[in-house]
Structures are given as structure tokens and as C-alpha cells.
Design a protein around this ligand. Structure first.
Ligand code: PLP
Length: 634
């Protein structure tokens, strides 16, 4: 487990068991030993064609653990409850989940259900997100907040006001000054008294990748001058009591509690000023930013780690708000946070399979000894000299000289190949000779390319976009020392479709040889990717999303239940997403099959029924590879 630092980033939900498998503890530290779930068993069960009503889901596969989600939400709530109690803070914490982190219906419904006892609400940033938040919160606590962020037009604001009419506790947060006129006009027309929040642009700036939304030049929020204009206009409209919430967002992955305290302190000063100016202030909403320790180092110097835990985060927020309010003798506001990453990251794991690995180190020259003799004669004089020098240096064990002559020899042979004086077998033989020499003297590139049944663009978009690192680990064979190092290359025809940076700053990761574990597959998991990755992923090369299963720990010891399983999109589904019409495409191809059969002169064995059957099947299939090792599941 040390090799992959599972204890660092995985605790308290993931660990390596004595059999060398990744084990999931769905209730975190409260998980009893018999409640642990073996991840490989879940994968095998979900992909076995005999199970799940004959679905036999294809990989890649997202495995969701709603119990982990519940534990995250409850840990956040209890951290704030504890901070409120221990500091004598005189109001409560009431979080919202920003649905943009993962809009999956069952994730949002679970959060509303688990959060209902704590008045946990939702945050939306667009019209469709608002619609889903309204519908989900209709089944939640009546006091839960529905925070409306993002760019707003007439339709968005009207919808938010409809939500208020439906008695959802809706707050329209002004992100742009222009939105205020719309809110005033539309709320008058609709005869509904809005609850308004405003997003302040703080001066406090978070300098990491995720801090670009913070500081004076941030994309969103109102400057101090704009805040004052909003207050004046609301006052003139007799609506200053409607302004009840102050929102700010320092950026995701806030690296340290020092920066957090600084930002919250500045925001609370603005809050107390709004109170002084007569606004009906009740809530301070600290936005997102509660970070995840992706590499388990607890360091505040990188985007992949943070130097605090949930409890330190909550205590810092509560103390910073309290300190400023007490100095200004202002009533303590209800504290809200929009923690997304921290709630959903752990609950889902992306499982994929390595289907092959490059084998450049084991090549043998494809020429007979006669062929090698001819090769030596075909080489021009310079190349022949390089060949002789390479052999001599190899015998003497001179590494650098070997490398020099090997490079030179290869270059000269490529030139000869381009001229047409060397044939393809001879060129391959030269490559093999150079590889063999490199291996013999210990300078062979030990890094293999493992081809994985995955699209990095669809499933790990943040890695492709800006190098966000996630822990990636084989989910079995962890009791066996990996003897290889490798990078992961995906199925897309794109050189960016690879993972070649790993936690710990490594440019390759330790991997096992394929074909172990009784010839079964080699399964890897990407962990902590439950936030953002699913919604951001695209359709590059028309690879759609993975299959998904939802797994609950069941009552009998060491067992689990798959409570929902959804196959990934078919080829027809992804084609439809790009405006193609699979039904018409099928008709076109069927027609073509008819024509080909009519024109058939000799009997080429063309059979209309089997041609159209296999075409129909192809539209129905998933774009990913059918795992070659899937037979080992039975
Ligand atoms: N709220 C706002 C306004 C955001 O922009 C974001 C994300 O950047 C979040 C909440 C969620 O942040 P996090 O996932 O870091 O908790």
C-alpha cells in the first residue's frame, strides 16, 4: 500500500486488505470489519453477463458508494456543529451542495435525502441546474437553501422567483450589477418578494490554479463600489430588507487555513458593513474551496493537496466570522458553505482495464544469420563502422559509447531506408539489435506503455485540461511487488490521450505484468474523481461515458448489493449527440447491403440477414473495447 500511498489519500474510505485488494470502508472510520467491500468483487459482479439481469456492464465502470457520500456530508456537518459548539458561536451552519460538481440525478437526490435532517440545500449556476435543484429540493427540508448563482437573464430570474412562490427557500445571488434591475422589475411584475444575496469580489487572492476566480480581477462578483450602488438602489426601491446573504468564493482547493481565515475575515467585514447600512443580513456563504488531499501529503504548496482537514476548515471559518462580528457587535450570521469537491470526490471510483502493454524490451532480430550477414554487407561504410564500434563498446561495457554508436547507427540506417537501399526487415533488425544492446548494458527504457480501456478526455478531463492529478492504483495484486513502470495510454487516436504524470510528481507509475492473477484482467482504479470529472468530460473520438453502478453495503457480512446499474452510452447514443440519426444511418447501410448483394457476381457469401444483424448490433454496442479478459469473470 505504501507504494501507492493509499493510506495517505485513501483514509478513511480506502485501504489495501491482506489479500492485496483495495477494500472500501463505506462508513469511514465507523465501518466495522465485516462491512468492508472488496472493490474487485464489485467489478466482477457488475461485469459478469450472468448478473444484473443479463446486463454484464462493460468497462470503464464508475462505482458509486452512496454511504461514502453520506459519511462525507455528515462529517462536514458535524465538523461545523463542533466548531459552533466549542466556540460558543450563536448561529448554526447550513450547507448547500453545488450541483455543478456532479449533477447525476442519484447523487443529488442522495445528498438532499442525507442532508434533510441538517437543512442541507443546493446551489445552482444555470437554468437547467436550477430546475433540477427545485425538483430535488421539493422532497427536502423546507428550510434548505436554494442558492442561485451564475449569469442570470430574465428567464433565470423568473424561474428563481417561481421557486420562491413554490415555497422553496430561494436566494438570488447577484454576480453582476446588471442583474439587480432585472430582479427588481421581475419580482414586482410577479408580485413576489425576493431574497437577494450578493457575491463580493474579495481582495484576498488564492494563487494556485483554482484561484483565478478570486481577487479583484476575478470573473464574478461585485466590487466595493458596485456593492454600495446595489445597496443604494435597493434602499431607493424599498427592498433593502430583501438583501440577506453575502456570498464569496476564494477558489477551489484553498491551500491553507491562513488564506481561508484571511478571506473569511475580509468577507465578514463586508457583511458587518452591510448590516450597518441597513440590509436585512442573515447568512454568510463562504462558497466552495474545502480541499481534497489527492496525494496524501497534507501539503499546502501544491494544487493536489491541502494542509488541513474538514475540522480545521470548519473551525477556521467559524472563528473568523465570530471574531469580526464580535468586534463590530453584529449578530452572528448563519454560516453556509458550497462545498462540492469535498462532498462528492470520494464516493465514486472509475475502474478501467489495461488491455495490453508495449513490449519494446523483448524484441529479437527477425533476420536469420544469413540475413544478418547480408545486412552487414548492405550497410554503407559509415553505418558499418558504427555497427563495429557499437559491438566493441558493448563488449567493453562502455554505456555512453554504446548509446552514441547506437543512435548514429539508427540514424544512418533510416537514411538508407529512405533512399531505398535498406528493406523494412533490415531496418527492424537494426532497431532490435540496438534495443538488445541497450538492454544488455542496462540502459533500456524501462517505462512501458499500458493501453487502457478508457478515454482520458471523457473520464479524466481535468488531467488533460490542466494536469490535475488523481490517485490511480491497481485494485488487486497489491500483495505482489510490481516489476514494471508504465504510463497509461487511452483508446483515443490522440497523443494527448494518456496519463503520464502521477501523484508524487512521478512520470510513470509502478505496474504489474499483464496476465498475472491466473490470466485474468488487470484492473486499475482512479480515485477521488467524483467531483467535476463526470460533467466536464466530452465525446472525443465519440467515446461516451462509462457504465455506472451504485453499491450499498448489505446486511450480511462481507457482502454488498448493486442497487442500480446503467450501461454506458451505445454507439447510437453518442452519434445522436452529434446530430447523426442512427435509425437513418442504419437504413442507408441496409440499402447499401441490398445493392451489394444485387451486384454480387460470384458468390462471395454475402448474406443480407447477417450483414444487417451485425450492423444493428454495432449501433447497439458501447464504443469502448470489449475487455478481452471478460471471460475470466465467469
Ligand atoms: N461555489 C462556487 C461559486 C464555485 O465557483 C465553486 C467551484 O469552483 C464551488 C462553489 C465549489 O467549489 P469546491 O468544489 O471547491 O467546493
Amino acid at each position: 500500500s505504501d507504494l501507492y500511498r493509499v493510506d495517505g489519500w485513501g483514509a478513511p474510505y480506502f485501504s489495501v486488505n491482506t489479500n492485496g485488494y483495495i477494500s472500501v470502508k463505506p462508513h469511514g472510520t465507523d465501518t466495522l470489519p465485516h462491512q468492508e467491500i472488496d472493490l474487485l468483487k464489485v467489478v466482477k459482479k457488475a461485469s459478469d453477463p450472468k448478473n444484473l439481469g443479463g446486463l454484464g456492464l462493460h468497462l470503464p465502470l464508475v462505482v458509486r458508494f452512496p454511504d461514502v457520500l453520506k459519511n462525507r456530508l455528515e462529517s462536514l456537518q458535524s465538523a461545523f456543529d463542533m466548531a459552533v459548539d466549542s466556540n460558543g458561536y450563536e448561529a448554526h451552519y447550513q450547507g448547500v451542495y453545488p450541483v455543478k460538481c456532479n449533477q447525476d440525478r442519484f447523487v443529488v437526490e442522495d445528498i438532499v435525502k442525507f442532508g434533510s435532517p441538517y437543512r442541507f440545500g443546493l446551489e445552482a449556476g444555470s437554468k437547467p441546474e436550477l430546475l433540477l435543484a427545485m425538483s430535488c429540493l421539493s422532497k427536502g427540508s423546507p428550510d434548505a437553501l436554494l442558492v442561485c448563482n451564475g449569469f442570470k437573464d430574465t428567464e433565470y430570474i423568473s424561474l428563481a422567483l417561481v421557486a420562491r412562490k413554490l415555497l422553496l427557500n430561494t436566494v438570488i445571488v447577484l454576480e453582476q450589477e446588471e442583474e439587480l434591475d432585472l430582479v427588481i422589475d421581475i419580482s414586482r411584475k410577479m408580485a413576489v418578494r425576493p431574497v437577494i444575496g450578493l457575491r463580493a469580489k474579495l481582495r484576498t487572492k488564492h494563487s494556485g490554479h483554482f484561484g483565478s476566480t478570486s481577487g479583484e480581477k476575478g470573473k464574478f462578483g461585485l466590487t466595493t463600489t458596485q456593492i454600495l450602488r446595489v445597496v443604494k438602489k435597493l434602499d431607493e426601491s424599498g427592498m433593502l430588507d430583501c438583501l440577506q446573504l453575502l456570498h464569496f468564493h476564494i477558489g477551489s482547493q484553498i491551500p491553507s487555513t491562513a488564506l481561508l481565515a484571511d478571506g473569511v475575515g475580509e468577507a465578514t467585514q463586508i457583511y458587518t458593513e452591510l448590516v450597518r447600512l441597513g440590509a436585512g443580513m442573515k447568512f454568510i456563504d463562504c462558497g466552495g474551496g474545502l480541499g481534497i488531499d489527492y496525494d496524501g501529503t497534507k501539503s499546502c504548496d501544491s494544487d493536489v493537496s491541502v494542509g488541513y482537514g474538514i475540522q480545521e476548515y470548519a473551525s477556521t471559518v467559524v472563528q473568523a466570522v465570530q471574531f469580526v462580528c464580535d468586534r463590530k457587535a453584529v449578530k452572528h450570521p448563519v454560516i453556509c458553505s458550497e462545498s462540492g469537491r469535498a462532498i462528492v470526490s470520494h464516493h465514486s471510483i472509475l475502474i478501467f482495464e489495461a488491455v495490453s502493454a508495449s513490449t519494446t524490451c523483448h524484441v529479437t532480430p527477425q533476420l536469420s544469420s544469413g540475413g544478418l550477414q547480408t545486412l552487414a554487407e548492405t550497410l554503407n561504410e559509415d553505418a558499418r563502422a558504427d555497427y563495429r564500434n557499437l559491438s566493441a563498446a558493448a563488449v567493453r561495457g562502455e554505456y555512453d559509447t554504446c548509446l552514441l554508436y547506437s543512435d548514429q547507427l539508427k540514424q544512418r540506417c533510416v537514411e538508407q531506408f529512405k533512399e531505398g537501399s535498406l528493406d523494412i526487415e533490415q531496418l527492424a533488425a537494426v532497431d532490435s539489435i540496438c534495443d538488445l544492446v541497450a538492454k544488455a548494458i542496462g540502459v533500456a527504457d524501462p517505462v512501458r506503455i499500458y493501453h487502457v480501456n478508457l478515454s482520458v478526455f471523457t473520464s479524466i478531463p481535468d488531467f488533460w485540461a490542466f494536469g490535475q492529478l488523481f490517485p490511480i492504483v491497481p485494485i488487486h495484486r497489491l500483495d505482489e511487488k510490481p516489476v514494471m513502470r508504465g504510463i497509461l495510454s487511452d483508446l483515443t487516436c490522440d497523443s494527448d490521450g494518456k496519463v503520464d504524470k502521477f501523484i508524487g510528481g512521478e512520470s510513470s507509475m509502478p505496474l504489474h505484468e499483464l496476465g498475472g492473477d491466473n490470466g485474468g484482467g488487470y484492473y486499475l482504479g482512479m480515485f477521488l474523481g467524483g467531483a467535476y470529472e463526470e460533467a466536464l468530460g466530452g465525446l472525443h473520438n465519440l467515446f461516451g461515458g462509462p457504465s455506472v453502478v451504485r453499491v450499498l453495503q448489505s446486511d450480511s457480512p462481507h457482502s454488498f448489493a448493486v442497487t442500480r446499474s446503467v450501461p454506458g452510452p451505445s454507439c447510437a447514443d453518442v452519434l445522436r449527440a452529434m446530430q447523426h440519426e442512427p435509425e437513418l444511418m442504419f437504413e442507408t447501410l441496409k440499402h447499401r447491403a441490398e445493392e451489394c448483394i444485387e451486384q454480387e457476381e460470384d458468390d462471395k457469401g454475402l448474406d443480407f440477414a447477417s450483414l444487417t444483424d451485425s450492423l444493428a448490433q454495432s449501433f447497439h454496442n458501447m464504443p469502448y473495447l470489449v475487455a478481452p479478459s471478460s471471460c475470466c469473470f465467469t
